[in-house]
Design a protein around this ligand. Structure first.
Ligand code: EPZ
Length: 442
């Protein structure tokens, strides 16, 4: 078959594959009412990895039903766990029969979800050996793991890279004073990995420049319920006194602050008053302050926020920072709001300087965003216009959905499998608020 025919065949197959993905069809919508937020994806994943630290049963409640959660379930099953997941409750037990290979997290699963790399620490601590595929980069950035490896080596792990796998062994981890700050500040999953390794290490581990995110606090809360001795969680200095063994646990996952922030952005962009419930408002201070700075009224309850945009939004300058700064995972969503604000805004992306894949797609909807390295300058416009746009990653796809709800006319958001990774039934939640959104299964 000549080259031309091969190319034509390939492009037909690619086109069929490309169209074989679900898409959203969305029309301009006003929203109204109350939305209940699910459990946090980014709190669930390290806690699921922590079950590797014990052979006893762990019951984890309020787990969101997401693709990333199901991927982590598959990884834990390969690593020797038996798992039941029903109605947002995970029951994790140790398999009775094992093959002896339950320390290898395979590339075919790890490459689909970088967070699986945080199995390395607990595996090493509990089984003294681990082989976890190196996670690749992704569209938001290179995603290095040097801090993870640095911390584990300081605890006494010997780590080699073999055929794309990170193969770690130890005779027994020993507590150490570890500085975990990197070029971009603290690292959430590196902190999680090192804490989970240190809880079974001999002696005291001090982790300096630890991540302060709520997801780290919730992980440590669970580890302490399992019998670990940890203090300083939520601050840049975490102290761990190693213990010999950890027991099972029953725990509930904290609310997803990024999902909550996504709905705040949807409220601002569509100029719709919303009540967002089942949240911890303390995890959203920087986001609430930003919404207020844009002119919205935010009334904070014990576990809710009522947002009333009140008309035209004001431009603001946004810089993403480690917690408690403005979260990088809400940068794309709030960019859409700023595209509809009066005046010029500046976004500085300090965590993932390349996290602007959404800019080109938003500009195709009539926005005026100029990216320059880690900066994006946004000239506010009166309107956005519906178009066929393509999701590139989890949070960018959420931003495109928000843009579609605010835009004139009809928008098709392609490749919504990205959004399924991190939002539990988002179209159902939006439809209940009055959104004109439907999923077209390909
Ligand atoms: C967590 O990723 C979140 N994922 C990300 O959310 C979030 O964007 C990120 O933290 C920052 O808040 C989960 O919790 C599962 P990092 P993580 O290590 O831990 C650099 C989403 O949309 N770095 O805190 O992998 C890194 O390049 C996802 O839900 C190193 O240099 O991120 C980045 O610039 C996307 N060396 C900065 O640190 C390392 O060894 C922060 O990354 C590790 C990270």
């Amino acid at each position: 078959m000549n080259e031309k025919k091969v190319f034509n065949l390939w492009s037909i197959v690619y086109g069929l594959w490309f169209d074989s993905m679900d898409k959203f069809i969305i029309h301009k919508s006003s929203l109204k009412g109350t939305v209940k937020i699910s459990g946090s994806k980014n709190a669930s994943l390290p806690i699921m990895a922590a079950t590797l630290l014990t052979d006893e049963e762990c019951v984890i409640k309020n787990v969101p039903d997401l693709m990333d959660i199901r991927t982590m379930i598959k990884i834990l099953e390969v690593l020797g766990k038996e798992i039941k997941f029903q109605r947002n409750v995970l029951i994790v037990k140790a398999k009775k029969r094992t093959s002896g290979k339950e320390y290898v997290a395979p590339y075919k699963l790890v490459r689909t979800m970088r967070a699986s790399f945080c199995c390395l620490g607990p595996l090493l601590a509990k089984r003294k050996k681990a082989s976890v595929a190196f996670p690749g980069g992704c569209v938001i950035g290179v995603r290095p793991v040097d801090l993870h490896l640095k911390g584990l080596r300081e605890l006494g792990a010997s780590i080699v890279v073999e055929k794309g796998y990170c193969v770690a062994t130890t005779k027994g981890l020993i507590g150490k004073h570890i500085y975990l700050g990197g070029a971009f500040g603290s690292s959430v999953l590196a902190t999680a990995n090192i804490v989970m390794a240190a809880v079974l290490a001999r002696g005291v581990t001090l982790i300096e420049h630890a991540a302060c995110e709520p997801e780290i606090e919730s992980l440590v809360f669970v580890l302490k319920k399992m019998g670990a001795q940890v203090e300083g969680q939520g601050t840049p200095l975490i102290k761990v006194l190693g213990v010999k063994v950890l027991g099972g646990v029953t725990v509930e996952i904290i609310p997803d602050r990024i999902e909550a922030g996504t709905f705040i952005a949807a409220s601002l962009a569509t100029n719709s008053p919303l009540c967002i419930e089942d949240i911890n408002p303390w995890h959203l201070t920087s986001v609430i302050e930003t919404a207020r700075g844009m002119g919205a009224q935010c009334v904070v309850g014990e576990s809710s926020i009522s947002v009333n945009p009140g008309g035209a939004m004001k431009s603001v300058n946004l810089t993403t920072l480690p917690y408690p700064g403005f979260p990088t995972d809400l940068q794309a969503q709030f960019m859409v709001c700023l595209c509809l604000a009066e005046g010029i805004s500046l976004i500085t992306e300090k965590i993932y300087p390349d996290r602007f894949m959404h800019v080109a797609e938003i500009n195709r909807m009539g926005a005026c965003v100029r990216r320059n390295g880690p900066y994006s300058i946004i000239e506010g416009r009166d309107k956005l216009y519906g178009a066929e746009v393509m999701a590139s990653d989890l949070r960018a796809s959420a931003a495109l959905v928000i843009a579609a709800l605010a835009a004139q006319g009809k928008t098709q958001v392609l490749r919504v499998y990205h959004i399924d990774r991190g939002y539990d039934k988002i179209e159902d939640k939006l439809r209940k608020l009055g959104a004109k959104i439907k999923r077209v299964k390909q």
